[in-house]
Design a protein around this ligand. Sequence first.
Ligand SMILES: CC(C)(COP(=O)(O)OP(=O)(O)OC[C@H]1O[C@@H](n2cnc3c(N)ncnc32)[C@H](O)[C@@H]1OP(=O)(O)O)[C@@H](O)C(=O)NCCC(=O)NCCS
Length: 153
Amino acid sequence: MSAPGTVDIRPMTEADLEGVLAIEQASFSHPWRREHFLHELASSHSFPFVAVVEGSVGGYVCLMSLFEEAEILDIAVAPHLRGRGIARALLEHAVAMARGRLAGIMRLEVRVSNRAAIALYERFGFSRSGMRPKYYEGVEDALLMEKLLSTDC
Ligand SMILES: CC(C)(COP(=O)(O)OP(=O)(O)OC[C@H]1O[C@@H](n2cnc3c(N)ncnc32)[C@H](O)[C@@H]1OP(=O)(O)O)[C@@H](O)C(=O)NCCC(=O)NCCS
């Protein structure tokens, strides 16, 4: 168990899925289902991690890394734990993992209305690289963002 206030990042396991799914459902209007996470756990190109806070799953990130490209597929933090740097710790871990696999670029897509996530990514050195009009449910645009991993920030 982690000490009070500390955040441990470790690979996600199937035993984490109850906690992960609770956060996913609290965080997204169209949450991933259990099968999505099982797919990530089984894929050799996927690297899902959880942030453990005081012994419980407090957040998670799903990273895909294949050859020179990496992608953040999903990231969320439990609502009551937001604003404490947990997403930053998860992203730092994902970037370090991708760099270790020699990925040169990390990409993601985010709803244009998701100001907290866009602020997080910009704070983390991601830049806006494009748009996918009406990508979500045929209604909301997706903002495409990317970060070169060869730089230090
Ligand atoms: C986006 C999310 C993952 C951020 O998690 P978090 O643990 O609260 O974020 P952190 O505390 O690590 O914040 C890191 C930086 O992100 C930015 N940020 C995070 N939440 C923010 C908010 N509500 N408003 C503005 N900026 C925000 C800030 O720049 C912050 O840095 P600072 O504290 O030095 O100002 C969280 O709000 C969440 O789970 N949202 C629902 C799921 C989601 O939208 N995921 C992204 C899908 S693309």
